[in-house]
Design a protein around this ligand. Structure first.
Ligand SMILES: CC(C)(COP(=O)(O)OP(=O)(O)OC[C@H]1O[C@@H](n2cnc3c(N)ncnc32)[C@H](O)[C@@H]1OP(=O)(O)O)[C@@H](O)C(=O)NCCC(=O)NCCS
Length: 172
């Protein structure tokens, strides 16, 4: 028979061991579910500059995967005759304070069809949202099925089309 002191000692040890076990299980769980990004985002220049903010997506080892640009509305109008033409035709939503224009999206050929375009666009949306803008816009050629598929998947809406190009927007 164990006396009271021995039983107390054993119970205290048992509780200590169980608490340690729970702590270690939680640590392993958090390591298992911790999100490890398989890419890095690099930005250059400024959204309010003549060519806007260049956003690049790269592998962790620095290899270039793709790029795009985000530019404020006024600089976008100066840069893109297509944007100007759409806005002159109809504009019920967009202005310098609420909207940015995105252009020059390109994923390097070996990386296409693997979700990189989607990752890059999602990162751009975070940047645009953090800057306080409400709308992200894009112009895509009507026969560019890959790009139109990507925009559709991301939730972009058609604002207008001239038959050759679609003017799309996303409410962020
Ligand atoms: C358009 C482009 C950026 C797409 O990038 P990507 O990394 O290949 O696309 P993702 O792998 O992220 O695909 C995301 C979604 O886009 C759509 N998509 C991508 N490629 C597609 C294709 N060839 N046809 C139709 N839909 C396509 C799909 O909905 C896809 O989702 P899913 O895989 O669940 O079906 C890339 O093809 C590209 O750089 N093309 C050349 C340059 C260009 O056209 N730029 C756009 C100018 S507006």
């Amino acid at each position: 028979m164990l006396n009271f002191q021995t039983t107390k000692f054993l119970l205290q040890n048992l509780i200590f061991i169980i608490m340690n076990l729970v702590e270690n299980i939680n640590r392993i769980k958090s390591l298992m579910f911790e999100q490890v990004e398989d890419y890095q985002i690099k930005t250059f220049d400024d959204i309010n500059s003549r060519l806007g903010l260049r956003v690049c997506i790269k592998l962790p080892n620095g290899d270039h995967v793709g790029k795009t640009n985000i530019i404020d509305f006024e600089n976008g109008l100066n840069l893109s005759p297509n944007l100007t033409s759409f806005i002159n035709n109809k504009n019920n939503l967009f202005d310098q304070d609420n909207c940015v224009y995105q252009y020059g999206l390109e994923i390097e050929e070996p990386y296409r069809g693997q979700g990189w375009g989607e990752k890059l666009k999602n990162e751009c949306h975070k940047i645009i949202k953090d800057m306080g803008y409400k709308y992200a816009t894009n112009i895509v050629k009507c026969d560019n099925h890959a790009s139109l598929g990507l925009m559709k998947k991301l939730g972009y809406n058609l604002h207008q089309s001239n038959g050759e190009r679609d003017f799309l927007y996303l409410e962020i």
